[in-house]
Design a protein around this ligand. Structure first.
Ligand code: DAH
Length: 340
């Protein structure tokens, strides 16, 4: 027994390693439950009584030496690992996590908000689930108007009074009901139409509604405001043209075209060789609408306009399929760089 202890003591005292694996083998060989030292402790019961004191001490000594060796080598190896990380070349390029990008519809919406903010317009929002009054009646839709038809509108649980809003014009009603003129506001938001999905149309899309109500607001103010917007958004050489149109809530009503930003008006596929592309509807707020919303139409006049964000984005970025906006394909989304 004495010889065995002496032999192990020698082995342990000369042992050294630079490898964690070897150190672990050392631990297993000498100190683990079935290791050499515990098994010597197991044999201790066979030692003659007169030798027990001496051998007991030698055994304890052996065990302590083995444990000291294990902890001192562990410490050295751990500190080596830390030191070697000091060899890292901090000037090496880092693998950056891929950052997200803004969705093109958000970029366009933010840009529109920013341009109108410069003219003093604030932003208002309304609910996506609307009642008939805010979506249609207050906006002067006749009772039998085709837009109220089931084909265009998603109704909620067969209740003909509650529907997903078909346009953000509903927000102008809410603003006029709750605020006193002068009112200058734009309302971006999601709208819903019961339509078949195709490259040109979707049942969910986004609009921005604009509203200005004050004393003596004229059609000339509307035209100048929209010209400013078109040039800020599409470029300083952009021309606009207004064509007579019809909306129940404006009188007179117009649709606005801009000179095609792709071909500069010379004619291309996008503008169907006309040189012009339609971007929005607009007009002077019908006096009936003002009255429906509690605004005195003898004292105040105003204009309104509404545009589809997808349409503006498709023209701006030359995107030919509206469905791309809703597929969230990263290869599509990461092409758009936003400054706001
Ligand atoms: N609400 C109309 C639509 O969804 C767009 C529109 C046209 C809004 C003329 C207006 C406007 O405010 O004056 O098609």
């Amino acid at each position: 027994m004495k010889d065995k202890i002496k032999q192990l003591l020698d082995e342990i005292s000369v042992f050294t390693t630079e490898s964690k694996e070897e150190l672990d083998q050392f631990r297993i060989k000498y100190l683990s439950k079935k290791g050499l030292i515990p098994s010597l402790f197991g044999d201790f019961k066979n030692v003659e009584p007169e030798l027990r004191k001496e051998i007991g001490q030698a055994l304890n000594d052996l065990k302590n030496k083995a444990q000291d060796k294990l902890s001192s080598l562990t410490e050295i190896l751990d500190s080596n690992i830390q030191e070697s990380s000091g060899d890292l070349d901090l000037s090496l390029p880092v693998n950056f996590e891929e950052l997200g990008t803004r969705h093109p519809l958000s970029i366009v919406r933010n840009k529109i908000i920013e341009i109108f903010a410069r003219l003093g317009y604030n932003v208002s929002e309304g609910p996506e689930i609307e009642d008939d009054f805010h979506n249609f009646t207050a906006l002067n839709f006749p009772a039998d108007h085709p837009a109220r038809d089931m084909q265009d509108t998603f109704f909620i649980e067969k209740n003909p009074d509650i529907a997903l809003r078909t346009h953000t014009s509903s927000v102008q009603v809410r603003v006029m009901q709750s605020q006193k003129p002068p009112i200058r506001t734009i309302s971006p938001g999601r709208v819903f139409r019961n339509e078949a999905i195709s490259a040109r149309a979707h049942c969910i899309f986004h609009q921005v509604e604009g509203l200005y109500i004050n004393k003596n607001v004229s059609f000339a103010d509307l035209k100048q405001t929209l010209l400013y917007f078109a040039r800020e958004f599409f470029g300083e050489h952009t021309q606009i043209r207004l064509r007579p149109s019809y909306f129940p809530f404006t009188e007179p009503s117009a649709e606005m075209d801009i000179s095609c930003n792709i071909c500069g008006g010379k004619g291309c596929n996008i503008c169907k060789h006309s040189g012009w592309v339609e971007i929005l509807g607009c007009g002077m707020v019908d006096p009936n609408v003002l009255e429906n919303c509690g605004i005195d139409s003898k004292e105040y006049t105003g204009f309104a306009f509404g545009m589809g964000i997808e349409r503006i984005a498709m023209l701006k970025y030359q995107i030919n399929d509206i469905r791309l906006f809703f597929e969230n394909d990263k290869r599509f989304l990461k092409q758009f760089v936003s400054s706001i």
